[in-house]
Ligand binder design. Structure first.
Ligand code: GN1
Ligand code: MG
Length: 373
């Protein structure tokens, strides 16, 4: 649940950062499930300036220093490339973090909370539900460009900010353990969902195995490639910037495609209770796959292209078991707004898995066509 901090506390935290102007307001912002995010307003001589202040959830991101090191490497590289290309409006196209007065890019308070600040990207918004096929196309093209822009990131391998984050096989084991322990005594209330998951156990190791065999290459991927992690221009509706870089680390391009598919080709929210509304919309999906391949065709291998639909099913399934696991464990991971929230989310994702299963052949034919034209 959200615990909004008093404005005076927010103001004190911001005093630790080198920010221009006077703090005038701060409020909870966005729909993230993990970190606490606030949008701040500062009065400067040139007018109002807005920032994003975040408390990194260190129960989940256990090494925030390494996480910030990754993010700074990535954003600096993005900046360098954009400058070389002579792009316009660069300041809105990457996340600009502000240093704290201690010289680091985060500040640790007395309770051990990690705080960081970046510029709010003005004249943009996010969407939790896909609005149009054009938006699906642009979102996917934008994540593909993001992956492409990091293909040649120099230097050593990025830190794994959460090890085995998209290891679906491990996620499945964690789920099986949660069922066995039944800590919150909720298993009896979700027998159908548990059965649904066990019936699909065989899909869990498929991508992990392909990666171990190197049929699918390790790349730098976003790992949370949801529609609402794209800032969209208010005036043009074009994708301006990919945000939420905490899980950018070594992974598979397919993890990102899977997250895009589950978030931008279904026209219902991730926690929609009316399951009739939860299905893959083929028009959105076609646009999404076209957008992704319009950029990613250049660097994906044929195995990756061949597994796109499977990854959509797998990552949706993984998300379902993650929500279900959290429900069984007593809601220890995701923020919830009401007690049944996690089981509602799990049912929703499982319904989407069924929808993909029902259309798998059609979707595969569609992707093949797009990939060859
Ligand atoms: C979490 O906080 P948010 O919404 O950016 C989660 C993602 C899930 C997502 C479910 C670190 O992301 O993996 O896909 O919720 N992030 C982490 O929508 O677990
Ligand atoms: Mg995230």
């Amino acid at each position: 649940m959200h615990n909004e901090l008093p404005v005076t506390v927010l103001k004190n935290i911001t005093l630790q950062f080198a920010l221009e102007g006077e703090f005038i307001a701060g409020e909870l912002f966005g729909s993230g499930h993990i970190n606490d995010t606030y949008r701040l307003q500062f009065q400067t001589r040139a007018g109002i300036r807005r920032y994003i202040l975040q408390r990194i959830n260190t129960n989940i991101f256990k090494q925030p220093e390494k996480l910030m090191e990754n993010i700074l490497r990535i954003t600096r590289y993005q900046l360098k490339k954009m400058k070389e290309r002579g792009e316009e409006d660069i300041e809105r196209k990457y996340l600009r973090f502000s240093p704290a007065k201690n010289g680091e890019y985060f500040f640790t308070d007395r309770q051990g909370n990690y705080w960081r600040v970046c510029q709010f990207i003005e004249r943009t918004h996010t969407c939790d539900i896909v609005q149009s096929a054009e938006q699906a196309f642009l979102t996917a093209a934008s994540f593909a460009r993001f992956q492409k822009s990091l293909v040649d990131l120099p230097g050593r391998r990025l830190h794994e900010t959460i090890p085995d984050f998209h290891n679906t096989d491990r996620r499945f084991s964690a789920f099986a353990t949660a069922v066995k322990n039944d800590t919150a005594q909720r298993a009896r209330a979700c027998l159908r969902e548990i059965e649904f998951a066990f019936a699909r156990k065989a899909v869990a190791p498929v991508l992990v195995d392909l990666m171990a065999k190197k049929a699918i290459p390790e790349r730098i991927t976003h790992n949370d490639a949801k529609l609402n992690n794209i800032m969209i221009d208010d005036a043009t509706n074009k994708a301006v910037c990919v945000v939420d870089l905490d899980t950018v680390m070594p992974g598979s391009s397919l993890y990102d495609f899977g997250d895009m598919a589950r978030s931008a080709s279904c026209t219902a929210a991730e926690d929609e209770k009316d399951l009739k509304k939860v299905e893959i919309n083929t028009a959105m999906f076609r646009a999404l796959a076209s957008g992704y391949l319009s950029e990613a065709k250049d660097f994906l291998n044929s195995e990756e292209i061949g597994q796109l639909i499977f990854s959509a099913k797998l990552i949706t399934f993984e998300q379902g078991i993650r929500f279900l696991t959290d429900y069984l464990n007593g809601d220890v991971y995701y923020k919830i707004k009401y007690p049944e929230h996690n089981i509602v989310r799990a049912r929703n994702q499982f319904k989407l898995v069924e929808s993909i299963e029902q259309q798998e052949k059609t979707l595969n034919t569609m992707v093949k066509k797009i990939a060859t034209c």
